[in-house]
Design a protein around this ligand. Sequence first.
Ligand code: KG4
Ligand code: ZN
Length: 331
Amino acid sequence: MLLLGIETSCDDTATAVVRDGRTVLANVSTNQDAFHAKYGGIVPEIASRRHVALLSAAVDDALGRAELNLADVDGIAVTAGPGLIGSLVVGVAAAKALAFAAGKPLYAVNHLHGHIFAAFLDADGEPEYPFLALLVSGGHSQLVDVGSPTDMRVIGKTRDDAAGEAFDKTARLFGLPFPGGPALERLAAAGDPRAVKFPRYRADPGMLDMSFSGIKTSVRHFLEHDRGATPLADVAASFQAAVVDVLIDRVERALGMRRYRAIVLSGGVAANGPLQAAFRAAGAKHATPALIPHRRYCTDNAAMIAAAADRRGAPARADALTLGADPNLPF
Ligand code: KG4
Ligand code: ZN
């Protein structure tokens, strides 16, 4: 099955063509960072207006790169939520119009399901079920038990900030540009992760919840009161180590609760080098294959949306053209 994917839940205008939820024929993403950077974060109204301006060309671009016409695809998969309402509406409206005009089925996809099925894209080895997914992005941090494509349960999540949000907010304390995650990782590369001992959120035994706002607050306090001559790189590396520790601790706890056949790391923060290394080490320690999608499929993209629609039952489960966007779509 050949699906056109459309993803506009946040600030990336993304389109893709994917065969059988696995082979990516085209993956197009127009990043809007330049339009939001001066505000230090994403401005929802700007994001939706940019999607309107860019999306038609992005659809043509994906089909063109795949050397296909709209008539050649078997359906259109679109992110219906969760995300920014204005941004979602643009993608859903475009997908409905294309589905109607071309007489193709429409498939609504939960953005978070997309991040999980990113693991199957252009991959050497696919995860076997059941697998554990750690999904860490700017908006979400959660552990998902994936028993099958249609049996997925959130078993742990953050009580406050998402991991990516903690990176972005902490990067601001250092005066780094948005998005802060990659910039903070670069700064931390020259630092000593053991220089400052920031507090790790220790959940009760048997619990898989996480928290990152305390780490961020400690960094602010440290910078304002205790920094002295500590190099900024050391502070950044110590912050990063604290976030990674909390995430990996929860992965290891979950591995102690069920026999998983793989662990999957996904979401924008999965691009982080020290997190990847720790995740692979946790997999090795528990003799469980650790899979990390290619960077271009970790951050928001439309190929993962097409993959999720495919794996989760298209063509049987088409949606009506009355489909609406839901900014709070439950997992
Ligand atoms: O999944 P994503 O592209 O968008 C959302 O759905 O949120 O994730 C974006 C988040 C941002 O918070 C960004 O700072 C973070 O991922 N991020 C990173 C790195 N690259 C992106 N965080 C830490 N280290 C990185 N290398
Ligand atoms: Zn995302």
